[in-house]
Design a protein around this ligand. Structure first.
Ligand code: SF4
Length: 370
């Protein structure tokens, strides 16, 4: 495993992003009339906060809804329901959080909360408003080879974004800005006129990051940015991301199925299973004091370079069920060695087990696990 969260514990400022009850359901259509016969619940009501300049890691098996969640937050796919409060002034964010945690809200409080959320909720923005907000929110995709236009060189692949958002820029301005971005990401002048197939995987992912930085964003969704790369190149890209984060005060939502990579880079981690968050906490809480049986099983699956080390946690069997027909109650009960009757009937709530460490398992709800 890579060394622990090298970013260390950062001084927390205030949230940049509040996600509330976010859902993305894909309709299942059948027959000649293409009637909707059900839904794939890819993201099924997730809520979390991302603070400025932190890396919020999201981990889970493939099919857990991580990427759909990232794309929904950017509204690159349209969410079904939920709130995405982004980039509100710090005092507004704090007021929203204060009102949300109040035990009882007066009618005035409710109205105020609604008003504040409405003003900064991305779900309420039209296409034109979203276009200007998107300058602040970018994405780096998993496969750099398919995310670039193969017929354009790097100057044009990145320059086209600058020209779209800033049509007043001259060709020379664009040349200079693209070169500056490439150099910032460890590439050189010779890469400017190269086509995607002329770059290695690592170089191309550096260029993807340069492209994401083109509009000076505040928030970047990193969707498995290192999973297509060799281990040695992975480490270089992670180091580059950390340097850029420090320099440009960037905030990352880092999506990966690779626990050791998430451990290395994240300040906080959400573990997802079948469209829900089952555990959420700081990197230390999730790795050192993991509670959810799914998190424990994922940890057990990390290869450890010591043949004498025997695992103490029961390994995870079977594959993730289809989100088209998820199990009732706790969605993990079909694979959980600790499942009891209550788990098969009712979905567990996400409860605080101490210091903001959240877990969705009946074992941690007092009196419920019988
Ligand atoms: Fe396992 Fe039950 Fe906890 Fe779900 S709620 S993780 S089935 S013990």
């Amino acid at each position: 495993m890579l060394p622990a969260g090298s970013m260390g514990v950062r001084k927390i400022s205030h949230p940049l992003l509040l996600v509330r009850n976010l859902k993305k359901y894909f309709p299942i259509k059948a027959g000649v009339m293409q009637k909707v016969v059900g839904y794939v619940k890819a993201v099924d009501g997730v809520s979390f906060d991302v603070y400025r300049s932190e890396t919020f890691g999201v981990v889970g098996e493939s099919g857990s809804g991580k990427t759909t969640m990232g794309l929904s937050i950017l509204r690159l796919i349209e969410p079904t329901e939920g709130e995405i409060i982004f980039d509100a002034p710090s005092e507004v964010m704090m007021e929203i959080k204060k009102l949300e945690t109040k035990e009882r809200l007066s009618d005035r409080d409710k109205k105020r909360l609604e008003e504040l959320k409405k003003r900064y909720d991305l779900m309420k923005k039209d296409k034109k408003e979203m276009r200007s907000i998107r300058r602040k929110m970018q994405i780096v995709f998993q496969d750099p080879y398919t995310s670039f236009n193969p017929r354009m060189n790097m100057r044009d692949n990145i320059g086209v974004i600058l020209k779209t958002h800033y049509p007043e820029l001259s060709g020379k301005d664009i040349d200079e800005r693209v070169l500056e971005l490439l150099e910032k990401c460890g590439l050189a002048k010779r890469h400017l006129r190269r086509f995607p197939h002329q770059l290695s995987g690592g170089e191309l992912q550096r260029a993807s990051i340069a492209r994401a930085l083109a509009l000076n964003p505040e928030f970047i969704v990193m969707d498995e940015p290192t999973s297509a790369l060799d281990v040695s190149v992975q480490a270089q890209i992670l180091d580059l991301m950390q340097e850029l984060q420090k320099d440009m005060k960037l905030t990352y939502l880092f999506i990966s199925h690779d626990l050791s990579v998430v451990h290395y880079i994240s300040d906080k981690i959400a573990v997802m299973y079948l469209g829900n968050i089952v555990e959420l906490g700081t990197t230390e809480q999730v790795f050192e004091e993991m509670k959810h049986p799914y998190t424990k099983a994922l940890m057990e699956s990390i290869p450890y370079p010591d043949p004498d080390k025997k695992g103490t946690i029961k390994p995870l069997y079977g594959t993730i069920p289809s989100p088209r027909n998820p199990p009732p109650g706790c969605k993990f009960h079909t694979r959980c060695p600790y499942a009891k009757d209550v788990c098969k009937k009712l979905a567990p709530p996400l409860v605080d087990v101490g210091d903001g460490h959240l877990v969705a398992c009946w074992k941690y709800v007092e009196g419920a696990y019988k």
